[in-house]
Design a protein around this ligand. Structure first.
Ligand SMILES: O=C(O)CCC(=O)C(=O)O
Ligand SMILES: [Fe+2]
Length: 347
């Protein structure tokens, strides 16, 4: 059932965002994800320890501190190990990812889909542009050979800018929420209200976060291939196009959910705390519209017209991603990028 009020929908249309406090049931939706990721971190710790790449499995530390210690100790960020998507390039038969049942149940959570339905309509496609972001304290994050942290604050961008042009007319809704409190100190999201009214801006490759550098260069140390796959690909909108005084940081608690249009300019602050900043970002669009990354698998999350098309089995979802990885490991494919550093505004 669509559940947003006319007032909330008007706010979304006018401001380009909608923040719903306490929308997700923390005990039923957020906690199972946290529990699931504890197991993922256990697996990572065991693998790295057995390979002699970390000095201890650090199982006495709480989740965020344990992950941070493992990142520091191994010199790698392991973002792909936790992510529920695949990297833009360099997919191999053993590229890790995590598409567990708690993640699937969250993506298909009826309360969340009720709100999504209010914006996207009753035929809802789960768009595969989706990520978990686990950002350790930035000062502790290993650097690439350009001196850039392998995972960092997110540059100003529009989500429409990080997908292929075939999705320019797709009504893709971004749904962002934290798993732990997202604060000014640990790098909460920041948005430009009303920025969605100007359409798609030119994005420049490079800049802080520099995934662009890692995907362009072939002669990189191993750690570079673990650049945060969920960053906006190192893409950024020059500040010239923005009124920086209008930037609105959005501290959020677990259970809060932020909806953004595909044209709402947003980024994140630096994690200057001593713990990880942990969030999910999901996307949905009406069934039948290009996702902008159609090489990756989406699915029908809700349908009134064709209820039997809805994917309800977490294992079937996992298989979609596993099959996609196996297929893409055999094929060369290019990053989902349309931008060039030669654009005049990028100089
Ligand atoms: O979480 C972040 O730092 C950035 C998230 C983002 O850009 C998104 O969800 O679209
Ligand atoms: Fe984004």
């Amino acid at each position: 059932m669509p559940c947003l009020t006319d007032e909330q929908l008007a706010h979304f249309d006018e401001e380009g965002y909608l923040l719903l406090r306490g929308m997700l049931d923390v005990e039923k939706v957020i906690q199972p994800i946290i529990d699931e990721y504890h197991g993922v971190l256990d697996n990572l710790a065991c693998e790295l320890y057995q390979a002699g790449r970390i000095a201890s499995t650090y199982d006495d530390l709480p989740f965020g501190k344990r992950l941070t210690q493992i990142v520091v100790d191994s010199g790698q960020i392991h973002a792909q190990y936790f992510d529920f998507s695949l990297p833009q390039t360099g997919i191999e038969a053993d590229t890790p990812f995590w598409v567990g049942p708690a993640v699937f149940r969250c993506i298909t959570n009826p309360d969340l889909l009720d709100a999504v339905e209010s914006i996207v309509g009753p035929e809802i496609w789960s768009n595969p542009v989706q990520h978990v972001r686990l950002k350790p304290p930035e000062c502790l994050v290993p650097k690439d050979h350009n001196g850039q942290a392998l995972v960092s604050a997110t540059n100003w961008h529009q989500d429409n800018g990080v997908v292929l042009p075939e999705a320019d007319d797709s009504e893709v809704l971004t749904v962002w929420f934290p798993l732990n409190a997202a604060t000014l100190e640990n790098g909460c999201l920041q948005i430009m209200p009303r920025s969605h009214r100007q359409g798609l801006h030119t994005h420049c490759p490079g800049g802080p976060g520099g995934l662009w550098i890692s995907i362009k260069s072939s002669a990189l140390p191993e750690s570079s291939s673990t650049h945060c796959p969920g960053g906006p690909g190192g893409l950024w909108i020059p500040e010239l196009f923005m009124d920086m005084d209008a930037a609105l940081p959005v501290p959020m608690q677990p259970g809060d959910v932020l909806f953004l249009t595909r044209h709402t300019i947003h980024g994140s602050l630096t994690n200057a705390s001593d713990d990880v900043r942990w969030s999910f970002d999901l996307r949905y669009n009406p069934v039948g519209q290009p996702t902008g990354r159609d090489l990756f698998p989406g699915f029908v999350a809700r349908s009134r017209a064709n209820p039997e098309s809805v994917l309800r089995d977490p294992m079937a979802w996992e298989k979609l991603w596993r099959d996609t990885r196996d297929r893409l490991a055999q094929e060369a494919h290019t990053p989902f990028n349309r931008w060039s550093a030669d654009a005049a505004v990028c100089a």
